[in-house]
Each structure stands twice: as C-alpha cells, then as structure tokens.
Design a protein around this ligand. Sequence first.
Ligand code: AMP
Ligand code: GLY
Length: 431
Amino acid sequence: MKVCVVGGGGREHALAHVLGRSCDVVVTPGNPGIAGSTPAPPNEIEADLYVIGPEAPLVHGLADELRASGCPVFGPGADGARLEGSKAWMKELLVAAGVPTAGHGSFTEPGEAIRFLDGMGDLFVIKTDGLAAGKGVLVTEDRGEAVDAVRSYLSGQAFGDAGRRVVIEEGLTGPELSVLAVCDGRHAVPLAPAQDFKRIGEGDTGPNTGGMGAYSPVPVAGDEVVAEVMDRAVLPTLAELRRRGIDYRGVLYAGLMLTPQGMKVLEYNVRFGDPEAQVVLPRLRSDLADLLAGAAAGVLGEPPVYGDDAAVTVVCAAEGYPASPRTGDIITGIDAAGAEEGVTVFCAGVSSMPGGGVTGGAPSGAGQSMLSQSMLTAGGRVLTVTGQGPDLVTARNRAYAGIAHIRWPGRYVRFDIAAAAVDSLASGGVG
Ligand code: AMP
Ligand code: GLY
C-alpha cells in the first residue's frame, strides 16, 4: 500500500515512521528530517490512502476535496473538524450529547464576558474560539490577568480572528489524560492513553504550548478509565455527529481531566496529538495502515494491539518558544541520539543547511530520519526524542540519554517529563 501523509511536524514523522513498517510512504510537505518528503501538493500525489496530520487543513476542508476526487482519506471533513475549529460549537455539541465537560459561556462582547468571569470560582479559564496552535488557552487565578486576556482576545490583538469569540470555562483540577480514538463514522476504538505536558516550564508553570513531552501508558488510566471515556464521551459524541449528518472518519482526540467529580472532557482535537503521536504510535504492535485504511473506508477492522512496553517523548524547543522562537541555529547530535538503544528522533521545526549541507551517508527508508543531513532550527518545537523500553523508567532514561546528544544554542527541554508517573510507580501508587 502507498500512503500519503499530509503535514510536516513531529507527529507526521511518527506517522510516516510507523506506517513505513508495512507501506511505501510519502509526506507532503514533510521536512528535511523525514525521508520521503515532497513539495508536491496532496492532489498531485497518487496513493491508496491519505492521512491528514494537522488540524488546519482538516478545518479548511482538505479531506472533503480529496474524497470528492475518489481518494480514501483518514481525517474528518470540514463539518466534523469544526469540533476543533470552534470551541463554542464543540461545547454546544458536548452538552447536546450529554458528555461531561466544564461549565462554560461563550462571548463576543467584553462587558458580558467580564460579568460572567465574576460569577466563576477562583480559577479562570479563557479560550479562543478558533485555532491558536495550542496557545489560545489561559488558566489563571489572577482576575486582572483574566480580564486583560478577555480584552486582548476579543479585540483581535492577541490571536486575530481566532480570538474574537471567547469561551470562558469553570476551572477544573485533576490529572490530565489524552485518549485518541480511531473512528470510522459509526464505530471507534481507543489507542493507548497518553499524558502530555502543555506548559512551557517545569512543574507545569508558564504559558501553554502545543506540548513539551508525553508518555504512554499512563498509570492513572487503566482499562476501566479508557472504557468510561469511550462510553461517556467518544461514542456519544460520534453518535451526535452522526445525528447531525456528519460522517466522522479520523481521530477523535479527547483531552480529559480526571476531576474529583469524575472524568470531564476539556477539549476535542480532530487529529493525532503532537507529541502524543510520538509515544502512542511507536508502541503499536498491530498494523497502523490497516487500522487507518479500515476507518477511512467506514469499516474499522481489528482493534489495535499494544504490549506492556512504554514510551516517553521529550520535545527540544527553540529559545523563546512559545512566544517568539529563535531560528537558524545548527543542530548537532541527531545521529548520535538515534544510535542510542530504543531511541527515535522525530523532526519538526527543522530546515536544511543552505547549499545542501549534507555530510555524507544515504537517507534511510520511508519515514526514517535523514540523519546524515545537517539541519537548522526553523520553528518553536524543533524535534522530539522518543525513548521506548519495557517500562516507563527505562523509556524515560532512554529519551533523556538521546536528548543529551542534541545541541544548538538556546535549546530548551523540560526535564520533568513523566517524572511524577515514574515516582508514583516507584512508591507503589497508581500515579
Ligand atoms: P485545551 O487546549 O482546551 O485542552 O486547554 C489547554 C490546557 O489548559 C489543558 O491541557 C489544561 O491544562 C488547561 N485547561 C483547559 N481547560 C481547563 C479547565 N476548564 N480547567 C482547568 N484547566 C483547563
Ligand atoms: N498535545 C496537544 C495537542 O496535540 O493538541
């Protein structure tokens, strides 16, 4: 089977890497770190299956365009992608489907929004309605900061049109969990759960980012938690989408909080998480292409198979991320990191050295890193390093052993990814 993966980040590198176990893979536009990358647009690539990675092309209808020309596509149409494209619409749908979620209001007027804030508890949560690359959420105990955010979001100053409507939510507390379900329009199967780390700073401090690391499996999320997420969130959501005439074929990613009052959905994404994909996909033992092709055709096959192993991924970000990442620095050590046992490097915000800069050696197979090519930083989240092993401790040690090789001026890494989960396992708890 030939698969075309659309996108150019670490998630798409992980998709290409795992699909490459059984398929020929091309990635558009990809990046210089992913073998099989091509600048040709998806509609000029012939493939048996198209897998769309990022949210923006889904929201803008790429899956519809490809389906209209007869291509099998894994990824929802623009109608289903609204779940991520509009938080206000998503919340309305969750309420209609009876899915547990934080209490909320949605506003376009600052006066009304600020009056609503005053009725909230002492944790304020302000979200852009539209897409903001994971950065449009403010969680704060400082009412002044919340009011300033409401004003700068609604004026368009902070996030352009994406912020001209805001969703204000009740602040929840508890461990977070990402459950990614593969859907064929009627049925859904969960992938292994993961936990990601959204804040830039260690100890979950500072602004939200697209994610600074992730691990899987998650000690607090046993089979019964995943079953509850499927029964109370994913399946009712899929049924409500269907009731509205939406044939949802793709990933439904439930971002959850396990609160003292039970599981609640914080958000839905309409794609694989990044960096969750970099832990959930490499752990898969069954064939990813079969799973995605079945979903794309509307007939899910066998459920995914996982073993007892673990994976931890750590993001290497550029100095200044998320506000204003510095770019153009030479990256070293990718080869050495990838040579460590159980370590895979997935490239995201990278570009080639001007003039080629290839230091020798042939690129490896589809979806593998083109490790011998010298690269420059070209974005905020530059690359992710995944460690795999028989347990979380080994996987975590391997990820950081890989990270130790990778260098550029100002490289930023959180060193507490999966630390609490490892500590809880060591003390005999469940996380
Ligand atoms: P979202 O993009 O909606 O998942 O929000 C990003 C992050 O903000 C989440 O991963 C949580 O850490 C935090 N967050 C979102 N909604 C809430 C909420 N209602 N209460 C507390 N924290 C939240
Ligand atoms: N890791 C969060 C996301 O993909 O949105």
